[in-house]
Ligand binder design. Sequence first.
Ligand code: AHG
Ligand code: MN
Ligand code: MN
Ligand code: MN
Length: 338
Amino acid sequence: MMVNRKILTLDEFTIQQLRQFPTATGELSSLLRDMGLAAKRVNVEVNKAGLVDILGDAGSINIQGEDVKKLDVYANNQFMGALKHGISCAGIGSEELDDFVIFDDEVSNNSKYVVLFDPLDGSGNIDVNISIGTIFSVYRRVSPKGSPCTREDFLQPGNRQVAAGYIIYGSSTMLVYATKRGVNGFTLDPSIGEFCLSHPNIQCPESGNFYSVNHGYFFQYQKGVQQYITACQKKTKSEGGPYTQRYIGSMVADVHRNLLKGGIFMYPGTDSKPNGKLRLLYECNPLAFIIEVAGGKATNGEQRILDIQPQQLHQRSPLFIGSKLMMEELENYLMQNK
Ligand code: AHG
Ligand code: MN
Ligand code: MN
Ligand code: MN
């Protein structure tokens, strides 16, 4: 039987990339393998979520006041476990854990990276069979190797990310990750249990006709945001309009669509929640890094997401992210209404 050797697996791809950097140690490839392994385990549970006792609430509330789902906890433990057992990661920060976790063992103290992640994004959609995801961000530690990593290693601005990625558990399961060199997407082939390179060198179209925002909060958004949303609805046919509104409630799925097809995703602040809902370190930063490498833009309405100096693990930020020209049009409306 002929074997299709044209399609690279995730491991083959990262190892090929490594070859181009003679000084590279392979720790990033190894870290991505750890993330891929945990993702496959989570994928199995997500897929049988209707069959076994994995749906529903875990019965606890996380530090941000959200009801925790059983799959939130399961995914958190899988990613944390895979990173702890691997050789590349000195510590983690997660949406579902109150504070950073410093691994502090002989191997981890000599590891090069720290990882921040949202184990399950869109977890409100778990019980209703809608796409959910995982989002992660990788930084090179700034503290010296040989001892446990420190808080400073985690509180670096997004422009210092070495890599960022997400997994989407959808009609197929995909892992997309970016380094400064490019964004690549891998689809899980369930017959062999491997992520295979299906979307090489992803570029975000300069413009598109999708806009993703929670319309329910329309009247709580600032004037500039309201005007931009209205402009999306008023686009003429020759401008590609009216734009299509798509909002799944799983940011990772909304941003994935807009990354591939062209579009804009917004989670603005409101009067009562000026920083919106999304978390800077493990939701906004990784997606901002990916979209920028792919040619798009991401801001908090005032500055580039990646330039924000983080102060704490769970801090929130408004997020506007997507195709370059759509972002520029939005920025004009925001500026005019300052
Ligand atoms: P998480 O499930 O990780 O807590 O994140 C949910 C986020 C994001 O995925 C989604 O876009 C947003 O919450 C939806 O919030 P609203 O229901 O307020 O629109
Ligand atoms: Mn949550
Ligand atoms: Mn999330
Ligand atoms: Mn989450």
